[in-house]
Write a protein that binds this ligand. Structure first.
Ligand code: ADP
Ligand code: MG
Length: 225
């Protein structure tokens, strides 16, 4: 469902990836690790079609991101949810409206989806704060809201870029639990993180594969975790 073939990418001549290939199967659970600046966000943006490989190709649901029209991209984004590293929200909308935004972008009636939105807000523990503005939430609450927004369209793949980046350990565990639940429902989960405790905790609960970025390549991380 997500096929990365011989991909190279650089910013202004500075290579981030060279000849990287990966085949992500439906229902799998992946971690992408690597120090800050190693290319985790770049990789996620490539998978989401926000960046296009210079060499090689990325196929999502059987379509090459390079040849996707804006219509293809918007269709693809309904099936692939992203939790961005610095969860951006529209500040003038309530958190509930922000979470519902992908529905209106897809032309769905958010009034009809009310019950669904409420369930989702409850699931991430934000139902009592639905009318709050993004700036009125804590870092952890914003991360949970970003996760809710990423899953509102019930995507098949969830790409989460350091979803526990700004939160304490207890909140990290809670976010991980949500992602594990989604995986149990059959969703493919791909999490970038530099938090190895999170990876270890997940590995005690799910068959997670861990990839590490080093020397412009993705390698399978071994027993050192
Ligand atoms: P990570 O998410 O692992 O911290 P990034 O993917 O953000 O890493 O960045 C990988 C490398 O690419 C870094 O060296 C970073 O400085 C560089 N980089 C990222 N985005 C840009 C950009 N828009 N323009 C130029 N260089 C960039
Ligand atoms: Mg990053």
């Amino acid at each position: 469902m997500l096929e990365i073939s011989k991909v190279s990418y650089s910013y202004g001549g500075n290579s981030v990836f060279s000849d990287v290939s990966l085949n992500v199967a439906p229902g799998s659970f992946y971690f992408l690790t690597g120090p800050s600046g190693s290319g985790k966000t770049t990789f996620i943006n490539l998978c989401a079609g926000a960046l296009i490989p210079e060499i090689g190709s990325i196929n999502v649901f059987g379509k090459d991101t390079q040849t996707m029209t804006s219509y293809d991209l918007s269709k693809m984004r309904q099936r692939l949810g992203i939790v961005h590293q610095n969860c951006e929200f529209l500040d003038h909308l309530s958190i509930e409206e922000n979470i519902a935004l992908p529905l209106s972008v897809a032309g769905l009636d958010s009034i009809k989806e009310r019950a669904n939105i409420f369930e989702l807000m409850k699931w991430v523990g934000l139902h009592s704060k639905s009318k709050f503005k993004p700036e009125e939430l804590s870092g952890g609450e914003r991360q949970r809201a970003a996760l809710a927004r990423a899953v509102i369209m019930s995507p098949e793949i969830i790409l989460a870029d350091e979803p526990t980046g700004n939160v304490d350990w207890e909140m990290s565990q809670r976010l991980l639990t949500l992602l594990l639940e989604l995986n149990k429902m059959g969703k493919t989960i791909f999490i970038s993180t530099h938090d190895l405790s999170l990876v270890r905790l997940a590995k005690s609960k799910v068959k997670a594969r861990t990839l590490r970025i080093s020397n412009l390549k993705l390698s399978q991380a071994g027993a050192d975790l």
